[in-house]
Design a protein around this ligand. Structure first.
Ligand code: ADP
Ligand code: NI
Length: 217
């Protein structure tokens, strides 16, 4: 990476910290930085462009529909940052495209076409799994007034983007409605291997959760 690219990444870190540090729903700047780190690791392994991957990763939730419905359509925050930092129009479009493909949309989710897109999407999805994934899911559920669990509400299968967005089920259901679907949709081998361990941990957590719920443990 050039000195100029390193400087842009430093600015991106400050920009995303200012934008997301108040989020208590699992999408704070630390999430962005974990995704950046994981995506950079995947980029090294797959030969994807490091700068594109890291910048897209840091900015991937800057216009997320859940956080910023008013800027999501035009990716206003990311566009503003890239223009302010002299990123070329071509690189800007490349980065915005990677960001647009990241999000989980139920059965309407897209598989990124580029190597860079695969790294960022896999990294974002890994951060939804494991101990961190559990913590983030319950943080999100709390921030959106969702119950932890309700045995009378079964998980919904095969939701498309519209149904997924409208869904307000308890947080435990989210494990079945999204999180356990992620492992098989990952694009890089390293991410798949890491996801397997993380999913195992989540399933063990749920087993304990249900046992305590009914008073068996
Ligand atoms: P994506 O764009 O794929 O949704 P994000 O990085 O925006 O990825 O964050 C997704 C994370 O937000 C989930 O992994 C989970 O932690 C949390 N989340 C989103 N929807 C829900 C939900 N209905 N219940 C609990 N957590 C949720
Ligand atoms: Ni994210």
């Amino acid at each position: 990476m050039t000195d100029e690219q390193t400087a842009v990444l430093t600015n991106a870190a400050s920009f995303i910290t200012a934008l997301l540090s108040a989020d208590a729903g699992g999408h704070d700047h630390f999430h962005a930085f974990r995704v950046e780190k994981t995506a950079a690791m995947l980029a090294k392994e797959t030969g994807a462009d490091e700068f594109t991957v890291r910048l897209a990763a840091v900015l991937h939730d800057a216009d997320d529909r859940k956080l910023f419905p008013e800027t999501a359509g035009n990716q206003t925050h990311a566009r503003y940052f890239l223009a302010e930092n002299g990123v070329s129009p071509e690189k800007t479009e490349e980065i915005l495209a990677v960001i647009r493909e990241v999000s989980f949309r139920g059965t309407d989710s897209v598989t990124p076409e580029t190597a860079e897109g695969k790294c960022v999407q896999d990294a974002d999805r890994l951060d939804a799994l494991g101990a961190l994934g559990i913590a983030r899911a319950f943080a999100y559920g709390g921030a959106h007034n969702r119950p932890l669990y309700d045995p009378a509400v079964p998980p919904v299968q095969n939701m498309d983007e519209k149904a997924y967005r409208a869904n307000v089920s308890p947080t435990v259901n989210h494990f079945y409605e999204k999180l356990f679907l992620l492992k098989d949709a990952l694009q890089t081998e390293t991410a798949r291997r890491l996801a397997e361990e993380r999913e195992r941990f989540m399933r063990a957590f749920l087993e304990e959760f249900y046992a305590e719920w009914v008073g068996e443990r």
